[in-house]
Design a protein around this ligand. Structure first.
Ligand SMILES: NC(=O)c1ccc[n+]([C@@H]2O[C@H](COP(=O)([O-])OP(=O)(O)OC[C@H]3O[C@@H](n4cnc5c(N)ncnc54)[C@H](OP(=O)(O)O)[C@@H]3O)[C@@H](O)[C@H]2O)c1
Length: 325
């Protein structure tokens, strides 16, 4: 099969599109003929050796796919050959024509869902879902501020925030991105490349501050939000797309009475499988109701996978990018 391979840790540009041995499904695994691959910001970090895990080289990055099952390993009980599915695994193997995955990380794809949507539905969307539900305990009527709101996980947080009944303030670096976030349900917008973010959040909340902040950006935006939290607020740490992991003067949390809460969706799926399953049931309902539907910005061929990853890490994306083998 063809795949995009990381031969040695380094630049995304050094990935090689080449032949790679076909995977075979082990016990409890299914083999998927990949129709679409979801491009996620961490794919670039993994190749650069900047992610939490470091697989041995050579390896195939990416872990989010949608496709059709072409073989099943011993003991597989949930799926059969021909099933349309989507799945995500931490161990990589995604940027390829075929992938073997444990059936436990694979989900059936409803007829109403296409492969691009399936490949874009887990990592970004379910991170936002878990963050706002289990970690943020977002309540209807609360004010949710979403940083990088036009990005993959940001736009999912906008849609899910609205599905949960919150007032959503989108924060983006351009008017065009703000317009996109508003088209997906955001009630208000702040352009943080032009406005003082702390002052703008306070102005939009009559000085109260944000009940929940969804922060996948970090850096200066985190610094501003750490001073714009409402009493009993929850500042959710999701990622550091800006490139700077911020530090926090913890006296701010004391004076303002808010919590800073870490979010790690991959580990959540392993440690709280029942909550993850309940989230997935809710996600299917939201999808069928048209409330949470991934927006596909662009599709790339597998041979152009480098371009796809750089499009995402280069701050261009509005919604999700997929690669189609
Ligand atoms: N904790 C978890 O479980 C989990 C799961 C999935 C993803 N993540 C993390 O969440 C972050 C976002 O992922 P994503 O897939 O949503 O990425 P994305 O689609 O590229 O969105 C990231 C957003 O961050 C903003 N940004 C600010 N400074 C940036 C910079 N220097 N370079 C690139 N973007 C910048 C951009 O919006 P503006 O241009 O509007 O500023 C961009 O839309 C990543 O750090 C990722 O590792 C965490």
């Amino acid at each position: 099969m063809k795949a995009l391979v990381c031969e040695a840790y380094g630049k995304v540009e050094d990935l090689v599109y080449r032949d790679f041995p076909d995977p075979t499904p082990g016990a409890g695994e299914v083999l998927i003929d990949v129709a679409a691959i979801g491009v996620n910001f961490p794919d670039g970090l993994l190749v650069e050796g900047k992610y939490q895990s470091k697989p041995e080289t050579p390896f195939i990055p990416g872990g989010e796919v949608a496709g059709t099952i072409s073989a099943v390993g011993e003991g597989v009980s949930k799926f059969a050959v021909g099933d349309r599915v989507f799945g995500w695994q931490a161990g990589g193997g995604g940027y390829a024509e075929k992938i073997a995955m444990p059936e436990t990380v694979v989900h059936p794809m409803p007829d109403s869902m296409n492969y691009d949507q399936g490949a874009a539905l887990l990592c970004a969307t379910e991170t936002a879902h878990h963050a706002l539900k289990q970690r943020g305990r977002l309540q209807a009527g609360e004010t949710l501020v979403v940083l990088g709101a036009a990005g993959g996980t940001g736009i999912a947080a906008v849609q899910i925030g609205k599905a949960m009944g919150a007032r959503v303030i989108a924060v983006c670096s351009s008017q065009e991105k703000l317009d996109f976030a508003k088209s997906q349900g955001a009630d208000d917008g702040i352009n943080y490349s032009e406005q003082d973010l702390n002052k703008a959040i306070k102005a939009l909340t009559n000085g109260r501050g944000a009940d929940v902040v969804y922060d996948a950006v970090g850096g200066d935006a985190f610094d501003a939000c750490s001073r714009a939290m409402a009493w009993d607020g929850r500042l959710l740490i999701v990622g550091f797309a800006s490139g700077r992991i911020p530090t926090l003067p913890v006296n701010l949390t004391l004076v303002k009475g808010y919590s800073v809460i870490g979010v790690f969706w991959g580990t959540f799926t392993l440690k709280q499988p029942e909550d993850h399953a309940a989230n997935m049931r809710e996600l299917y309902e939201w999808f069928e109701a048209g409330k949470v539907v991934p927006v596909i910005d662009k599709g790339f061929a597998l041979k152009d996978g480098i371009e796809a990853i750089k499009y995402v890490t280069g701050r261009n994306v509005r919604g999700k990018v997929v690669v189609r083998p």
